[in-house]
Design a protein around this ligand. Structure first.
Ligand code: ADP
Ligand code: MG
Length: 330
C-alpha cells in the first residue's frame, strides 16, 4: 500500500475515534413519584436530573390527590382555586376521552374509587345502596372548566386523574428533554412510557409487556411480549397488580363509572400505543372498562393501536391485537 494511503487510513481511524469519544453519554435517573417508580434514560452532554425532579414535582403539585397542596386537592375540597396549565391540559384531554369512550373513562369516578378502597380516602363497607348513592356524584358531564375555574353541579363530586397523570408526567418530562435538545430518550413512570430516538446500543427502545400474574409486589416480572418503539408512547392498564379480595371475589381497581362496580370481565391487561402518553394511559384504562371488541372498534376510529391479554374459559392466557400493532414486534 502506498504511504499516503496508509496515512489516510490512519487519519480515518483517528477521526472516527474522536467522533465516538465526543458522543454525549446516556444518563439514567430513577426515583419514586405518584406512588410508583420512574426510570428515565437519555443521551445528553448535560445531567438533567434536577430538571427532571422539578418537572415531576410540578405535575405532582397539579394532579396528585395524595398531595394536600395540589390543585386537584383544592378542587376536591371545594376551595376557590384558579387551575394551572398542567391541570387544564389533563382536564380537557380527560373530558374528550370521556366523550369518545361513552363515559368508560371518567375522572369523576373518584368517590367510587375511594369507596371501593383504591383511592386517596379510606374505603367504606360498600353495598348496592352505597353504590347507587355515590353514582349521583359521578359523571363527566356535571363538571366544567371555564376561565381557569372548575365548576361542579354537585359539591360532593371529586376528581381522580390517576389513570392519566402518569402518562401526562411522561409527556412533560419528554417535552423538557426535547427543550434541552435531547433526541434519544426513554421516560417511564409506573409502566407508562415515552420513547424516542435510539438506546445506548443504537437500537430502537425495547419495551416489555408484562405477563399478567397476580402479584401485588411487582417482584414477578415475566414478559409476554417485547415491543420496539421510537417516537411513540406506550401505556398498560391491568388488573393483576392492583386488586383486593372481598368475600372471595377479586376486585379490580378499574371501576366502570356507569355501573359503579369494579370491572369483572376476562381482560387481564390492555396496552395502548399512541402519539402521546397521556392519551395512551387514559385509553388503556378505558379499554379495561370497555372490553376488547369495543376497544378494537375505537382504535380504528382514533388511529391508535392496542394489545390485549385475556384469560380463556380453560384458564389459559390468550392475546389479541390491532393490525397496526404488528410493526412494533419486529
Ligand atoms: P395503573 O395505576 O395500574 O397504571 P390505570 O392507569 O388504569 O392503572 O389507573 C387506574 C386508576 O385510575 C385507579 O386506581 C383509579 O384511581 C382510577 N380509575 C379507576 N377506574 C377509572 C375509570 N373508569 N376512569 C378513570 N379513572 C379510573
Ligand atoms: Mg391509565
Amino acid at each position: 500500500m502506498k504511504s499516503w494511503k496508509v496515512l489516510f487510513l490512519l487519519f480515518l481511524i483517528v477521526a472516527s475515534v474522536l467522533i465516538i469519544k465526543n458522543e454525549p453519554p446516556y444518563h439514567t435517573d430513577r426515583g419514586f413519584i405518584f406512588g410508583t417508580y420512574y426510570n428515565i434514560c437519555y443521551k445528553s452532554k448535560n445531567n438533567l436530573q434536577q430538571k427532571i425532579d422539578s418537572t415531576l414535582k410540578s405535575v405532582d403539585n397539579s394532579l396528585s390527590p395524595f398531595n394536600k397542596h395540589s390543585v386537584i386537592t383544592a378542587i376536591n375540597e371545594n376551595r376557590d382555586t384558579l387551575v394551572n396549565a398542567q391541570f387544564t391540559d389533563v382536564f380537557n384531554l380527560a373530558q374528550i376521552i370521556a366523550e369518545t369512550t361513552d363515559g368508560a373513562f371518567d375522572i369523576t369516578v373518584a368517590p367510587l374509587v375511594n369507596a371501593w378502597g383504591f383511592g386517596f380516602k379510606q374505603g367504606i363497607t360498600i353495598d348496592s345502596i352505597t353504590v347507587d348513592s355515590l353514582l349521583q356524584y359521578v359523571g363527566y358531564k356535571s363538571i366544567r372548566l371555564t376561565d381557569n375555574k372548575v365548576t361542579k353541579q354537585n359539591p360532593q363530586t371529586m376528581l381522580d386523574c390517576s389513570a392519566i397523570a402518569k402518562g401526562y408526567g411522561c409527556d412533560c418530562v419528554a417535552r423538557m428533554l426535547e427543550y434541552y435538545g435531547v433526541k434519544d430518550y426513554m421516560v417511564e413512570i409506573g409502566g407508562e412510557v415515552v420513547a424516542k430516538g435510539k438506546n445506548d446500543k443504537s437500537k430502537q427502545w425495547s419495551i416489555g409487556i408484562s405477563r399478567p400474574t397476580d402479584d401485588k409486589s411487582g417482584a414477578i416480572n415475566e414478559l409476554q411480549e417485547i415491543l420496539h418503539i421510537s417516537g411513540k408512547s406506550v401505556a398498560t392498564s391491568g388488573n393483576y397488580r392492583n386488586y383486593r379480595y372481598e368475600d372471595g371475589r377479586k376486585l379490580s381497581h378499574t371501576i366502570d363509572p356507569r355501573t359503579g362496580y369494579p370491572v369483572t370481565h376476562t381482560l387481564l391487561s390492555a396496552t395502548v400505543i399512541a402519539n402521546d402518553c397521556a392519551t395512551a394511559d387514559a385509553y388503556a384504562t378505558a379499554f379495561m372498562v370497555m372490553g376488547i371488541d369495543k376497544a378494537v372498534e375505537l382504535c380504528k376510529k382514533k388511529e391508535i393501536d392496542a394489545y390485549f391479554i385475556y384469560s380463556t374459559p380453560e384458564g389459559t392466557i390468550n392475546t389479541r391485537e390491532t393490525d397496526g400493532m404488528k410493526k412494533y414486534h419486529q
